[in-house]
Design a protein around this ligand. Sequence first.
Ligand code: M6R
Length: 600
Amino acid sequence: MCGIVGYIGQNDTKEVLLNGLEKLEYRGYDSAGIATLNEEGISLTKVKGRIAALRERVDSSIQATMGIGHTRWATHGVPSITNAHPHQSASGRFTLVHNGVIENYKDLKKEYLQDVSFVSDTDTEVVVQLIDKLYQKHQDTVEAFRETMRLLKGSYAIGLIDVEDHETLYVSKNKSPLLVGLGDGFNLVASDAMATLKETDQYLEIFDKEIVLVNRNFVEVQTLEGSVVERKAYTAEIDASDTEKGTYAHYMLKEIDEQPIVMRNIIKNYQNENNELKLDADIRSAMKAADRIYIIAAGTSYHAGLVGKELIEKLANIPVEVHVASEFSYNTPLLSEKPLFVFISQSGETADSRAVLVKIKEMGHPALTITNVPGSTLSREADHTLHLYAGPEIAVASTKAYTAQIAVLAILAVDTANVKGIQLDFDPLQELAIVATAMETLTGQKEEIEQLARDYFETTRNAFFIGRSGDYNVSLEAALKLKEISYIQAEGFAGGELKHGTIALIEEGTPVIALATQENVNYSIRSNVQEVVARGANAMIISMKGLEEDDDSFVVPHVNELLTPLVSVIPMQLLAYYAALHRGCDVDKPRNLAKSVTVE
Ligand code: M6R
């Protein structure tokens, strides 16, 4: 969702801002803008649409040593130039970018800003007008900024420029991500480190409700009460080259192809010199102590959680509940006596998951986050973190993070079984190595899968994915992948549920994709396929070596039955990719979607 970049230094500000915004494009946005400050004042450029259009529109002759940039994912007000950020106060003194949702913006408008005329429909404009109003009272920008931040309710990451102050970027955050990047003679602000890796690998965390004054030579962190906070910088461990597309047409295809490497990275990082599993002792104790595990996640990460439930229950013998984060906060189930909460999140910034984390921490429960971004909010605020080692995932459609999440959950499950003294005939590191090889075979079969995508999805308006047992979990993920990037209405169903309603939707030619990788339900899922074929469906069976039949459309290599989602999902990801490609969709940046969903 919205992305922020800020810069104060010596160099060409507009290039740093535009480059940074390009790196944040993956988060999802519909409009963008930058504001730069020099002796002549503020120069503001905004567009509806892509950064490429912003780049064309920005005056190339502008030289400035500070500025702020923004990509907006519309919440309050349609995507338009007027609603795009940066926003300015009516006097023109203050210019501001914001990520998040100001919940009390109507109240603030009524109480403080009745005499101000607004130009946009955004909640953000209220913030900048309020800062200006409070400046008139305090005659001091820091005081006006501080008082405004005290009055805001909701989520925000904010960057502010005062046209009269060429030495300071004013920054604050609550619930929305924001970092300060540290340079030599310059400093930066960014929603995530990926935006500014070209400039620095040194970062300073900002905690909720802190105010940060960013000068080109120093950074001062303050509490809302005004006390100065000392904080050490950390090094971002992201290789800038990992965020490049290389020769690939799309990040999604690159990330699908990276999955075998990710499996091997996971094996390497969770193995000690004796080839045994390596996990922190405190994670082991937390897992051992839990009488029930509550997995909290959203979207694809939720689907990985469903596979994780099966792994943990079958291998470690601990009951597991999997909850959609946005539901859990408002409809909290009865909890066991010793719950352990496991948050699964590629980005580590999903606002719905964070809301649950805040709630369960208040209740005093322990939390473990499984994430691809160790310094992220969900990682920092949980007691423990397991890293996915998947490398940056840029495409909005999550692929390698899903398989990494399942692999790490398998390791966690087996490790817990070991700690509990449960004897298993399952070596996860060996099994994951077999999976990595199987993944390589599958990513080498793109032409076959592309042809299936042409045959089944070129003109259809809907599609159904069915499976039983572990395959049902993958069918949910397959449907999400297809719908989010190709806009084909797709649903995943348990094969056995078809007759209880869904079969009414089957018409002549309806694509039904059945997964058949589970021995105990192989016969039943094939019967379900016969039932839909008898009603005109255009069915495809994707099975596993050893369970295949002659007319199956595609057969994935054999892997341990508990890990089949790791391989059966790959043809599903590729089907979605080629369906979207052939339908002319923007594969990496699907409409209306954001990579990092940082508002509830
Ligand atoms: O960063 P997270 O894993 O917490 O994100 C959760 C979902 O927003 C994400 O998985 C989303 O469903 C993806 N677009 C799916 O491809």
